[in-house]
Design a protein around this ligand. Structure first.
Ligand code: GCO
Ligand code: MG
Length: 402
């Protein structure tokens, strides 16, 4: 069996998605997500110029060997562009293997460990009242776990507050738009938000919050401590994770569970945080962390420290990644939770899929492979459009973290 052709499809049904399609000499094909928000075309070039020429003629059944070939063979290892490209190949090959075997990917991995995959949705609002209402809306939709983000008085365009209620999309302009940040105002505000949510709805639902890399370690420690009465499921990306030692300081001060990893690319980014038990959830994803083959290694390392998975699932990860993630989540023994932000109806149409949401859980579906396809004719109607995440500056003009 041989890889006969491979090509990259870029489409923008509301936002940009990059998809790799691998075709075999036996008529079976597979697809993988290669989307890297705001740097989409770099992955396209990496795949078209450097990966696809090597793939042609290879045996698509040798998923592990092809992974090692692309990782070790590049000499320049790791990084989001490289690892997203490898992930796309890996996902497409698991899809092919599943179709060849007539099995869903979770069966290839060892079978389901659970019936449904608990997901969390995003409740956003311009202020506390709006966010509390949005949480209520998600409760009505059946969600068991809800992430809450709110506008902060005195801050223009705080992270996580969308213009639409259900389809939050941060990559909103052809060049990065400017937002202003003030951590003190944020720290004053967020404990009030969670107090109000708990007062209104009680403690039945899981609540999550994303700090989006904006705090120093001691600020994160203060927030974690202040949020303890709200009993969060997790506080995400409390501080930038380049300096992993920082998490030691946060841990010394608070029992609020910590999650990190959406911008991690390999097990090497996660290793110290996991081995020193500085986090509770590892949020690496199929598309940005080298595909199913590599994510499995990360999850296995995490498992021996009782750290659970909590994969990133924002709308900038395509339905192909969501499909693959749900198969992974269905199998992985140390599953924690899966993020789920719905895609727009246009995106769902371009990527017909088997997965579905029901009462707070997602189900991968039992189609062979990952169960997600791409309608290439429809995809072609939505050409690439440059779109960037915003940037953030402090009130005095200092460049800050988005
Ligand atoms: C999340 C993320 C997203 C990211 C986005 C970047 O937890 O869902 O933080 O909102 O900002 O995926 O591309
Ligand atoms: Mg996040």
């Amino acid at each position: 069996m041989k890889i006969q052709s491979a090509r990259v499809i870029v489409t923008c049904p509301g936002r940009n998605f990059v998809t790799l399609k691998i075709e075999t000499d036996q008529g079976v094909f597979g697809i993988g997500d290669a989307t890297l928000n705001g740097r989409e075309l770099s992955v396209v070039s990496y795949l078209e110029d450097h990966v696809i020429p090597c793939l042609i003629g290879m045996d698509p059944r040798r998923i592990e060997d092809i992974w090692q070939y692309l990782y070790r063979g590049a000499y320049w290892r790791r990084g989001p562009v490289t690892m997203s490209a490898i992930a796309a190949v890996d996902t497409a090959l698991w899809d092919i293997k599943g179709k060849m075997a007539g099995m869903p990917i979770y069966d290839l991995l060892g079978g389901k460990s659970r019936d449904g995959v608990m997901v969390y949705g995003h409740a956003n609002g311009a202020d506390i009242a709006e966010t509390v209402d949005a949480v209520g809306h998600y409760i009505d939709l059946g969600y068991k776990a809800i992430r809450a983000q709110s506008g902060v008085p005195g801050i223009k365009d705080a992270y996580g507050v969308g213009r639409g209620k259900l389809f939050y999309e941060p990559a909103d302009a052809a060049l990065p738009s400017l937002t202003i940040w003030d951590t003190k105002k944020y720290l004053d505000h967020i404990p009030k938000l969670f107090e109000k949510i708990r007062d209104t709805y009680g403690f039945e639902h899981h609540l999550l919050h994303d700090g989006h890399h904006r705090m120093t370690p001691i600020e994160a420690a203060q927030l974690g401590k202040a949020l303890e009465p709200a009993k969060l499921f997790w506080l995400e990306d409390a501080t930038p994770a380049e300096n992993q030692e920082a998490f030691k300081l946060i841990r010394q001060h608070t029992t609020t569970p910590l999650a990190v990893g959406e911008i991690f690319n390999t097990i090497w980014d996660c290793k110290d945080l996991i081995q020193n038990q500085l986090i509770d959830y590892i949020r690496a994803t199929v598309v940005h962390a080298g595909g199913i083959t590599h994510l499995r290694r990360i999850a296995d390392l995490a498992a021996i420290y009782q750290i659970k998975t909590g994969s990133h699932g924002a709308t900038d990860l395509s339905p192909v990644c969501m499909g693959a993630a749900l198969h992974f989540d269905s199998w992985v023994p140390n599953f924690g939770i899966q993020e789920y932000m719905r895609h727009t109806p246009e995106t769902d149409e371009v990527f017909p899929h088997n997965y579905r949401f029901e009462q707070g859980y997602m189900y991968a579906g039992d189609a062979p492979g990952h169960g997600v396809d791409i309608d290439e004719k429809l995809a072609a109607k939505y050409p690439y459009q440059p779109a960037y995440l915003p940037v953030a500056r402090l009130e005095d003009g200092t460049m800050f973290n988005w």
